[in-house]
Design a protein around this ligand. Sequence first.
Ligand code: UD1
Length: 414
Amino acid sequence: MIVVRGGRPLSGRVRISGAKNAVLPAIVASLLTDEPLILKRVPRLLDVETQLALIEALGKRVEREGDVITIRGEAGVATAPREIVSRMRASFLCLGPLLARLGEAHVPLPGGCVIGARPVDLHLAGLARLGADIRVDEGVVHAAGALHGGEVWLRYPSVGATEQLLLAGATIPEEVEIVNPAREPEVMDLVRLLVAMGAEVKALEDRFIVRGGRLGEAEHAVIPDRIEAGTYLLAGTITGGEAELADVHPEHLTALLAKLEECGAEVEVSGDRVRAAAPRGWRGIEVETAPYPGFPTDLQPQLTAFLSLARGRSIIWERVFESRFGHVGELIRMGARITLQGQAIAVEGVEELRGTEVAATDIRAGAALVLAGVAARGVTRIRGVEHLRRGYENMEEKLARLGAKVWVEEASVT
Ligand code: UD1
């Protein structure tokens, strides 16, 4: 477990790593070519290791030097191992690429964070529209057939479904139109990579038009992680202190920065740097999560921790995932006053949080508890450090740069 001694204002500068949610589809994109793919600014994360293990199991070879990975070789295996796919939802993205390259694919239904139903119906219906013959049998998706062009309408701008269809479309010589696509920065980063590999992608107001073919080698630097960035900005401000981030794309953080300012925090942006400071006494606000450029669901738990120390009441609507509230019960154990009402939570700001032992249920719930911990009086022990390892590179070291007292302990078996 990760242990935090809190209660002092933090201040310092943190360098942000490459984005987890951009690198995971980029690794899968290597399945679309037999030429080398070089990815730069790849963070050391458990989820990245999982995705690399997946493509190795499918026939690829991976070399790593610092934060650069080179992926080579041919993917000749059409069956994804259940043991890998069950660990992480983003591994399901291999379905379209395997089908496109090998004419068949067998991929178990995915696992991942427990934050709602998270079906893959949009992925499957979309591939079916492009000619895939799809059957689900005992928890495994079997896809076969030759893909062709077509128009796919997404009833919701799903990040994963958009990526699945971009990856598949990048190999199809006819036009694939994705109507109502997700436009998260990580999706646009995948678009840039596919274009570098030789696909044509037009991003229009309501749709993406993809024309693919035989893809070749590419070199691609992954965008900075806006969720990691948001987490450290909130880590600084939740203590009544400040944080400065280097190597970020501030335009990806607009929704969070606007909400921080609405609370009364001070925000400064200059080039690829962002600084936020919040003397105690910030105000409660209303927030609603939404697809980009709306407020990201992946920062909702961390913002909830921040608002639990605000002056007055906050209302947070979770509109992306129906049950992403694993952090709420644990924050209450630390002294937060939160009530859950369907898809919304009401947070009455309190004077202080108190350290205790809590459990992380997923990556961002874990991050929210770390933030509560740095602000809380006393020591907070957070079980489930493996969740944080999935999504945060060198978290203890980065928090220490902000002046936090953080360390890892073996959890005692109780
Ligand atoms: C990605 C991110 C995750 C983030 C989420 C929303 C990665 C690896 N993960 O997840 O961190 O929280 O975007 O920004 O990039 N849905 C369906 N049918 C589908 C697919 C999705 O109903 O076929 C629903 C989901 O249940 C959810 C909503 O759509 O309610 C959003 O999901 P989606 O955008 O697909 O998220 P992920 O790609 O899983």
